[in-house]
Design a protein around this ligand. Structure first.
Ligand code: FNR
Length: 321
């Protein structure tokens, strides 16, 4: 299973923050496949729309840090039955400029902390309210309202009680599992959108245009192609040059479409299998050929997009000769 990257935002700026201690303890009890990093929010100037054209460097840094993570865990103290201003400011900065909500679709978790017996509920739910507009799915259960926080930690900020440790560990494994579920559902949706692009790229290819392929093939590393006329090509560069060469054998005016029998994505790997039907014109003579290929393709999400890492195409039995 690929590593899941969780950003942790702490809504207290003070050095001896109980909320930060709780955040550190939670991060330390996360499952091994989880990479937690703390995003600092204390240096973000107050959000002011006038600065959107030339944003402060810390805003740009913070937004890029959000983009680099799969999920966000918010740890918040309660100020006046709501969240501290610094945390609301961070939420506002990350959600802008207009149309560039960096939190969009990211799975979120909320843990709220108070030194009192009663508290932390108001902050927790005030933060959840912002997720509606931010379009952040938030884990519902388990909820985490950490009361009496001043008595939880020993002199080294370790958790004193086994019961709290078990609660924290359970929270982190539930959050990791839930965030993975949201991330992989989003990847599946993304892959099904990508399949339209893949089909268009194939249509361009049988019209002699290999250029659109550039966006969906890996530049380096693993790749393979088993073409209909036998043999196989291996390695990213070799495969790309073979695709280029094949495209040159087609004249403009060809068309292609996929009959997808099965398709899906899990994590960073996607696939489809089925038939590719193409009406192509070959070479200078513009000889018309109809092809019905049995195709299986594998894709990996890398270099910021889905990349074709394997194509196997052979003539289906009913190809007209
Ligand atoms: C508080 N505190 C507080 N606590 C609470 O449970 N409910 C509340 O509404 C408030 N309101 C509030 C307002 C302001 C302005 C401050 C400074 C504090 C107390 C708060 O929980 C306590 O100071 C925590 O220790 C703050 O969290 P950190 O900094 O320890 O993480």
């Amino acid at each position: 299973m690929p590593e899941i990257k969780i950003a942790i935002l702490v809504g207290s700026l003070r050095k001896k923050s109980l909320t930060r201690k709780a955040a550190r303890a939670l991060a330390g009890l996360a499952p091994k496949r989880v990479a937690c990093s703390f995003l600092e929010i204390g240096d973000l100037p107050l959000y002011n729309q006038d600065l959107d054209d030339q944003p402060p460097a810390s805003w740009t840094r913070f937004r890029a840090e959000i983009d680099g993570h799969d999920a966000i865990l918010f740890l918040t103290p309660e100020y006046n039955r709501s969240i501290p201003g610094c945390l609301k400011n961070a939420v506002d900065v990350g959600s802008r400029p207009e149309g560039e909500n960096h939190f969009d679709g990211m799975p979120a978790g909320v843990v709220s902390v108070t030194p009192y017996q009663l508290g932390a509920f108001g902050a927790n739910h005030a933060l959840r309210q912002t997720f509606v507009f931010l379009n952040m799915p938030v884990m519902q259960q388990p909820e985490a309202y950490i009361a009496d926080a001043g008595s939880l930690f020993d002199a080294n900020d370790g958790l004193k009680s086994e019961r709290t440790r078990a609660f924290f560990a359970n929270y982190m494994s539930a959050f990791a599992r839930w965030a993975e579920m949201i991330v992989s559902a989003a990847k599946r949706e993304d892959f099904s959108q990508f399949m339209k692009q893949r089909e268009n790229v194939a249509a361009a290819h049988v019209s002699g245009n290999a250029k659109p392929l550039d966006a969906i093939v890996p530049r380096t590393g693993e790749a393979s192609f088993f073409p209909p006329n036998g043999g196989s090509v291996h390695g990213a560069e070799e495969v790309l040059s073979r695709y280029d060469q094949d495209a040159k054998s087609f004249a403009p005016g060809g068309s292609s479409s996929f009959d997808v029998l099965q398709s899906g994505a899990d994590g960073d790997i996607g696939y489809w299998t089925g038939f590719q039907r193409a009406d192509a014109r070959l070479g200078d003579g513009y000889k018309k050929v109809q092809m019905k290929l049995r195709v299986t393709e594998l894709f990996r999400f890398q270099e910021g997009g889905w990349k074709l890492i394997h194509r196997h195409a052979d003539d289906s039995a009913d190809r007209p000769h």
